[in-house]
Design a protein around this ligand. Structure first.
Ligand code: ADP
Length: 436
């Protein structure tokens, strides 16, 4: 476009120069040069104003056609038209892209719903009708939580924290269909809600859980028998059997513990919530200290720090199981002479149970995985200390059932602190008699 305007401009300059040349010639021949030059300049200026006015009116009218033939003005008239054509082509491409995107989203097997900042439905695909029962156009503009009608979904939608998917949501159209919901926030407060049919995966997960629970259950009885007989055998006749018998007893004890831990995990996984009551934390800390001392056999300095007199609302049995796993880990992974502190405190209004030790610590690369089943930083060390590899998994599950989280701070060779951080709503204020 630049080149064309430049050329037209040069042509116009030549034309003006020609007109002034003729004026000069006429002035020289007929006399009155100044008048001829003045007439030429005035003519040029008048033409310029006239054309500018026409151009302004033409621009204002928004018309695309022009009958302007002059080189410079023709080029100027073509500029907006050219721009308009490009804009139109760009818009057409955008519309095509949008259509292609919508067609793709509409064909997705997952229910896809576009929500505005307030949770109102702006658009949804065909799978959303099948899985979520949304109907077009009736549900456009409606609130998603009103249509799905599940307090869990409403709470999750309102929480604003959608980093994790919401699993195992019964589909509004059929309770047997289990959905996994995800929210992806994008431009200007809009969110994309994706619901996937997870029924098959859930069934498989259930089969896995049942299998582990059944196997553990079936192993329990034979193991009890083996364990019982091993305890009865006295190697009086052949003393060389003594070390073998000791090893057999230790391994059968370990197997029994693994089976018990697997059963605990299966039981925890099968539950959505636990019966709750007031858990007296002062008593809990005393019990944990006694257990730690029994395990340590005087090899560690064990202390408790009760920094608040509030109690915790939760399941005493499961919480004890989680806390004692943390305490037993601290004892098992801290060399003799180390210190262990069991703490109960309020941090910014949140109740926190923590166990600190001066043990071997865990390298940062292992930290994200230590709560996985059977994950061990060092298998030999874990076996030597009698670990099953399931302790921290149990802790994680118990905390999940209390909507709490586990925080681990650790430094190799310095020690570790495992903290169970509960929500402030779990605080049970100290009773009047306790305060006195
Ligand atoms: P295990 O039965 O092997 O102790 P856990 O699930 O309780 O299984 O712990 C997983 C791994 O985390 C352990 O094998 C150990 O390496 C590491 N670990 C747990 N607690 C501590 C701790 N207090 N200090 C150092 N390492 C620990």
């Amino acid at each position: 476009m630049n080149g064309r305007v430049e050329r037209a401009f040069a042509l116009s300059l030549w034309r003006a120069a020609g007109i002034f040349g003729v004026a000069l010639l006429l002035g020289a021949v007929a006399g009155g040069l100044a008048w001829w030059l003045f007439a030429a300049a005035a003519g040029q200026l008048a033409e310029l104003f006239w054309r500018l006015r026409r151009y302004g009116l033409w621009l204002q009218s928004g018309s695309r056609r022009s009958d302007e033939g002059g080189a410079l003005w023709g080029a100027l008239y073509r500029i907006p038209a050219l721009r308009q054509r490009r804009e139109l082509a760009r818009r057409r491409r955008l519309v095509q892209l949008l259509r292609a995107f919508r067609t793709t989203a509409a064909a997705l097997p997952d229910a896809t719903v576009v929500l505005d900042g307030g949770g109102a439905i702006l658009w949804f695909n065909a799978a959303a009708t099948r899985l979520l029962g949304l109907s077009y156009p009736h549900d456009i503009g409606g609130h998603f939580s009103n249509l799905v009608r599940s307090p869990r979904v409403t709470r999750w939608l309102e929480s604003g924290d959608w980093s994790e998917s919401l699993m195992d949501v019964p589909a509004p159209v059929d309770d047997a269909v289990r959905l996994g919901l995800r929210i992806i926030p994008y431009a200007q407060g809009q969110r994309l809600l994706v619901a996937r049919d997870m029924s098959k995966l859930m069934q498989l997960e259930q089969v896995r859980r049942d299998f582990v629970a059944n196997v553990s259950h079936e192993l329990r009885t034979p193991l009890t028998v083996v364990h019982g007989y091993l305890d009865l055998i006295e190697p009086d006749q052949s003393p060389e059997l003594e070390p073998i018998l000791l090893e057999l007893r230790s391994q059968s004890r370990r197997m029994t513990q693994i089976v018990e831990d697997l059963l605990t995990l299966s039981r925890l996984e099968a539950q959505d919530s636990l019966p709750e009551e007031r858990v007296a934390m002062a008593g809990m800390l005393q019990t944990l200290r006694r257990e730690a001392e029994a395990l340590s056999l005087g090899r560690h300095a064990i202390s408790i720090a009760l920094r608040t007199d509030v109690d915790l609302n939760g399941s005493p049995k499961e919480l004890h199981s989680a806390f004692s796993n943390l305490v037993s880990n601290a004892v098992r992974y801290t060399p003799a002479g180390g210190r262990i502190e069991i703490r109960w405190e309020l941090r910014d209004g949140q109740p926190v149970f923590s166990v600190s030790d001066t043990g071997q610590g865990i390298a940062p690369s292992h930290l994200p995985r230590v709560t996985e089943r059977f994950y061990r930083v060092s298998s030999s060390r874990s076996r030597d200390t009698g670990g099953t590899g399931l302790g921290l998994s149990i802790v994680k599950h118990v905390l999940q059932l209390h909507q709490a989280r586990l925080a681990i701070e650790s430094e190799v060779g310095v020690g570790s602190t495992f903290s169970c951080i509960f929500g402030a709503e779990r605080v049970c204020a100290a009773t009047a008699s306790e305060e006195i």
